[in-house]
Design a protein around this ligand. Sequence first.
Ligand SMILES: [Zn+2]
Length: 213
Amino acid sequence: MEIGNGRHISFWYDKWSDKGIIAEVLGDRGMIGLGIRKEATLAEAALRFRRKRKHRLEVLNELERSLDTVRSLICNESEDISTWRGKMGYKPNFSTRETWDKLREVNEKQMWAKGVWFSMATPKFAFIVWLAMTNRLSTMDRIAKWSQGVDNVCVLCHTEAETRDHLFFKCSYSDQLWRYLVGGILGSSYTDSWTEIVQKTSGSTLDKKSLFC
Ligand SMILES: [Zn+2]
């Protein structure tokens, strides 16, 4: 927060001090020790008339001193400004991208990412493909691990076990569809192997239009 008139900054719950969020620094006991109500704004905490107390906890005395500084900073003519943490420190505009990067754990990029998240991709399909890539679809082999006794035979061909690699595209039934759909595009490099298909959709062997299809 950038302090203006202090009327839109919460004393306890906004980060106006380099000590951090005061409620987190002091905890419940600090709230009682300082005698400032939970709903207090920074302006209220800094400007109200009261005798400065000497506290037993040094951190509370430090806070009293920062309130002195705040009192001299408060300017009634300007508004408080909320700032957002970004790549290069705090700034007044909010960026979803930078905030997301701050919140998440960044992992190494997967080799198949290009085949899942591309411009013009349909988000719903991209999500399902992502589930398939990480093998988290509810195929029968996985369901059988959670609930014992279920029949894990493929729902399409009724002969082999239903795994991701079987369902896409080894299964005699889905292989027919797959061949019908992409046989013309892939030509002699046609394959029903999951690994090879992933390599093709993430690599650069196919031309742009075929790759998109
Ligand atoms: Zn099958």
